[in-house]
Design a protein around this ligand. Structure first.
Ligand code: NAD
Length: 260
């Protein structure tokens, strides 16, 4: 071991309370495990109780601290209950990761009004609700972190994802607005923007179609794993990133979507 001063110790989240929505699978599950690994007490939140229970049990079995809670992130009362649950059980909230999302397929003429509303409610309204109700809790702790999952489609759309692209672009600008409004309260707000990640969200994508997309758009070979997004989440949640706020960080294998 080299004895040099290091800022990497700042990555530790010992005793911090983190809520992760969509925690039962994919990026959310990987983030719950990673946050617990660096010492956070994790509220695993999601729509399907059996899945969030499984993840919380997995963390507990490995010696970490986690509790499950069922939530529909598009409903204000549910989000308030989730945050109150964290405060009652673990004593407060330091980190909220608004990650739950859906990704309906279709151009504007193909999707229904209901599909549009559902996508905007789960992918964007949820971020508004999460921030709205967690900020008073974060202020009570003297600051905190809000992270949101946007996506490369929020920077530049892909075909047949009209509602999703609109919602994720909204998430990015809402992230910036929250960051500006609450920076003086020592609340940081950032978005992670994954490219194509190997998760249940993409279960319906045919392998040929996926490979064509990666060949055309992703310079770095290989599939982005949920654990790799989780590493970025841990970094942004930690004091190592204490001067980073209002950013949309791409983890996309070098797609350089911002340049198009
Ligand atoms: P996933 O399907 O495994 O995770 C989404 C989770 O959100 C699921 O556990 C689901 O139960 C939960 N969820 C859906 N609606 C909910 C609701 N109303 N209330 C509570 N929970 C709800 O897929 P994932 O890829 O891990 O997705 C996580 C986030 O990453 C999403 O916001 C998604 O849009 C985003 N994203 C994914 C990719 C990708 O390629 N997989 C790329 C960019 C962004």
């Amino acid at each position: 071991m080299v004895n040099l001063p290091s800022t990497l110790g700042n990555l530790a989240l010992s005793g911090k309370v983190a809520i992760v929505t969509g925690g039962g699978s994919g990026i959310g599950r990987a983030s719950c495990l990673a946050l617990a690994q660096v010492g956070a007490l994790v509220i695993v939140a999601g729509r399907t109780l059996s899945k969030v229970c499984e993840v919380a049990e997995e963390i507990t079995a490995r010696g970490g601290a986690a509790l499950p809670v069922a939530v529909d992130v598009s409903k204000g009362a549910d989000v308030q209950r989730m945050i109150a649950f964290a405060a009652e059980t673990f004593g407060g909230v330091d980190i909220l990761f608004n990650n739950a999302g859906i990704s309906p397929v279709g151009s504007v003429t193909e999707i229904s009004e209901d599909e549009w509303d559902e996508c905007l409610a789960i992918d964007l309204r949820s971020v508004f609700l999460g921030a709205k109700y967690v900020i008073p809790e974060l202020k009570r702790r003297g600051g905190g972190v809000i992270l949101n999952t946007a996506g490369t489609f929020g920077v530049r759309p892909g075909r047949n994802k009209a509602a999703y692209a609109a919602a994720k672009a909204g998430v990015i600008n809402l992230t910036r607005a929250i960051a500006l409004d609450y920076a003086r309260d020592r609340i940081r707000c950032n978005a992670v923007c994954p490219g194509y990640v190997d998760t249940p969200l993409n279960a319906g994508v045919a392998i040929d179609q996926r490979n064509l997309f990666l060949e055309a758009h992703q310079p770095l070979p290989g599939l982005i794993q949920a654990e790799e997004v989780a590493s970025l989440v841990v970094y942004l949640a930690s004091d190592a990133a204490k001067m980073i706020t209002g950013q949309a960080l791409l983890i996309d294998g070098g797609q350089q979507v911002g340049l198009f």
